[in-house]
Every structure is written in structure tokens, then in C-alpha cells.
Design a protein around this ligand. Structure first.
Ligand code: 13P
Ligand code: SF4
Length: 368
């Protein structure tokens, strides 16, 4: 198929072309931009986008990459908004971060608004309980929430290093205020031996999170009432059905799944962990994978020596915001860069950046 000629730098002109027609043009512009550009791709990106990533990774690995490529003037983040913000916080001042579609957000990150977290902290203060807690936020949160944690002695974690971050926090304070994913928080606490009834859900819509002062006082972990709309769809009965249909199958899930699912799984970990398990297992291992569908399909394609299927074939666990990054958007930002125009730059305000960086640097320094 002939490469389309797109003369106008307006996004609408790019969106008219089918995915497959853009590949040659993407290759050419990528090559011409050379080392001035670094393209990062999260594992949930679609194939038509991830094939242009210089580095693929989970949130943790990509945040490290952002800090390690000073030669690149532009970091094109094929992922979601909080990831691009983290890259902007960690990269050098001469670097600019671009998110090909600014509508690529994360519904979980949106579940903890800065004003809600500030209000919750004030309520804990007013009750004389805040001093006992160290705030810890999952990477999937806005820069403002990361800054809140940094400013209050806390840190960030990803699904790769959550247990280490919990240990770091418990060395400093007796309790953790965990944002915004209740499931990652509960799964991590449980893995470290904390009883379920010592971890209480904080509902930001209710006074004192819907808890009594005594319930807050006796909790070791407060779990913000947030979740991932993709992973929350996996249920224990999916694991049971899968085991009944595929005896001997290994069930591998992401820790954003609920506790009951995680208890029934064989292995639990970040997207990078999931890939590592599949890559290092003996050929012919049978897998049921409970995470975003693009990653599962890609693993099945790239590892024909394994028997890989989604945890449940009747579900379509796609992250619709990750999916917003299209080859059309990628080409649009790259060709604009070539013309000297930076479109869709993600910039974190300097005051927020400072404390968010403190929280991210603490995470990067925690031994995994
Ligand atoms: P990872 O850090 O495991 O890549 O997870 C990020 C994410 O958003 C999962 O939903
Ligand atoms: Fe956010 Fe869930 Fe999408 Fe991950 S999969 S980016 S947590 S909505």
C-alpha cells in the first residue's frame, strides 16, 4: 500500500488514515529524528504503537528509563497521563515529555483528587491520628498526590516494588495511608503478613473515610477506595472455571486484581514480572493470564512455545485509555516535532514537581 501524504499538521488529517498505511511513514520520521527522540511504550500499548518503542516496560522500568537518557530532547510517552507526568518529574530540565493523546488518562488515578486527599489528611490531623501514618501512593496517581506523599515523609511505589516500599514505610511510621488502589494495598499488606481486618478502606466521600476514630486507631493500613476498572473485572470464579477447564494451568495475575483472585492465583506481579515468568518457564507451560488484553495477546504471539490464554475468554479486559494512543497520534507528534512544533507536552508545575520528585527518588532508592 502506498504511503499516504499528509500535508497538514492538523490531527484530523492524520486520523483519516488506516493504521497499516502509516507504518512506513512512522519508520521514516522515527529514523530522521534519531537520538533526539526517545519513545517509551508501556506493555499495555497496542502492537501498532509498541513496535515503535525504543523501550518497553512496566511503570517502574519506564520511570527509570526516563531518567537515563539525557541525549533525548523529547520523550514520547506511549502510556497514560500519570506516566508522562512521572517522566517529566524525573527527566532533566532540557527534556520535554509528550503524551501523544492527552485524553489517555487512568481512571484509577482520577479516583484520588488532590483536594480529597488533602481533606482526608486534615480529618486525620483533626482527630489527632495523622502523625502515626506515612502516606504511600501507587505510581498510578497524579503528580499532586505524589507531591503530597513527598511533602509528608512518604513515597511512591509501583506494582514491582510495593512490598519494599511498605517495609520502608513501616521502618519510619507504624501505619500506612495507601493511595489510590485498595487492591494493590491490600494484596501487598497481606503478603507482608498484615491481617485483613487491620487494613481498612477509606471512603473519601464519607466523613473520616466512613470509619470510627477507633477503627482508624486500630488499623495498620488505610486503603483509599480506588480500583482499576480493568482488573476489578477478574473474579475468583474465573480462576475456578479456568482451573476446571485447563487442569495444570498456571494462573498469573496483576496485583491490581482483588484479594480473592490473588489468593487463587499461582503467581502475582507487575506487567514486567508477568512477562519474565512466561519468558523463563519451560516450553509448553500452560498459562492463564489476568491482565490487560493487549499484553496477553502479544505474549501469546511472541511465545508460541508456551500455551497462553487470557484468564477468561468471555471477558475483554482492555484499558480504553491506554488504547487512545494510536499510530495516527504517534505520527502526528513525531512529524510536528520534525517541523519544530511540540504538541501535547506534559508539564508538571515546578512546586508540585519538587515534592513529587522527592517521593519518586525515595522509591528509586528503595532496594527492591
Ligand atoms: P505495571 O506497573 O505493572 O506496568 O502496571 C501499571 C498499570 O497501570 C497496570 O494497570
Ligand atoms: Fe489505569 Fe487500570 Fe488502565 Fe492501568 S489498566 S492504566 S490502572 S485504568
Amino acid at each position: 500500500m502506498a504511503t499516504p501524504v499528509i500535508a497538514d499538521c492538523d490531527l484530523d488529517n492524520y486520523l483519516r488514515f488506516p493504521d497499516e498505511t502509516l507504518r512506513p511513514r512512522l519508520r521514516e520520521v522515527r529514523q530522521r529524528l534519531g537520538e533526539t527522540v526517545l519513545i517509551l511504550g508501556h506493555h499495555y500499548q497496542r502492537n501498532e504503537v509498541i513496535e515503535f518503542a525504543d523501550f518497553r516496560g512496566d511503570s517502574f522500568k519506564l520511570s527509570q528509563q526516563s531518567a537515563q537518557h539525557p541525549a533525548a530532547q523529547y520523550i514520547i510517552f506511549c502510556g497514560v497521563h500519570f506516566m508522562a507526568e512521572s517522566a517529566d518529574i524525573l527527566c532533566a530540565p532540557h527534556q520535554q515529555v509528550v503524551l501523544p493523546d492527552l485524553n489517555a488518562g487512568c481512571s484509577m488515578a482520577d479516583m484520588a483528587q488532590n483536594w480529597q486527599v488533602q481533606q482526608a489528611w486534615q480529618e486525620l490531623r483533626d482527630a489527632g491520628l495523622a502523625d502515626e501514618f506515612l502516606p504511600l501512593t501507587y505510581m498510578n496517581s497524579t503528580a499532586a498526590i505524589k507531591a503530597f506523599c513527598g511533602q509528608n515523609g512518604g513515597l511512591v511505589c509501583t506494582s514491582s516494588n510495593a512490598p519494599a516500599a511498605f517495609r520502608w514505610a513501616f521502618e519510619r511510621k507504624p501505619k500506612i495511608f495507601f493511595l489510590p488502589d485498595q487492591h494493590l494495598g491490600r494484596n501487598t499488606g497481606s503478603r507482608l503478613g498484615i491481617a485483613l481486618d487491620e487494613m481498612r478502606v477509606w471512603d473519601p466521600r464519607r466523613e473520616l473515610g466512613g470509619l470510627t476514630p477507633d477503627q482508624v486507631r486500630t488499623a495498620r493500613v488505610l486503603l483509599w477506595k480506588g480500583h482499576c476498572s480493568v482488573h476489578q473485572r477478574f473474579q475468583p470464579e474465573h480462576v475456578e472455571r479456568c482451573r476446571a477447564e485447563r487442569p495444570g494451568v498456571k494462573v498469573l495475575v496483576h496485583p491490581e486484581c482483588n484479594w480473592e483472585v490473588v489468593q487463587k492465583a499461582d503467581l502475582v506481579g507487575s506487567t514486567e514480572f508477568i512477562i519474565r515468568q512466561v519468558c523463563t518457564a519451560p516450553a509448553g507451560t500452560e498459562w492463564a493470564i489476568g491482565t490487560e488484553l493487549h499484553l496477553v495477546h502479544r505474549l501469546a504471539q511472541e511465545h508460541p512455545e508456551q500455551k497462553i490464554a487470557p484468564l477468561d475468554n468471555n471477558m475483554c479486559p482492555v484499558c480504553t485509555t491506554m488504547f487512545r494512543i494510536s499510530p495516527q497520534h504517534l505520527l502526528w507528534v513525531l512529524e510536528n516535532l520534525e517541523r519544530g512544533t511540540v504538541v501535547n507536552r506534559v508539564r508538571v508545575a515546578e512546586d508540585v514537581k519538587h515534592w513529587a520528585r522527592v517521593a519518586l527518588d525515595r522509591m528509586l532508592a528503595v532496594p527492591a
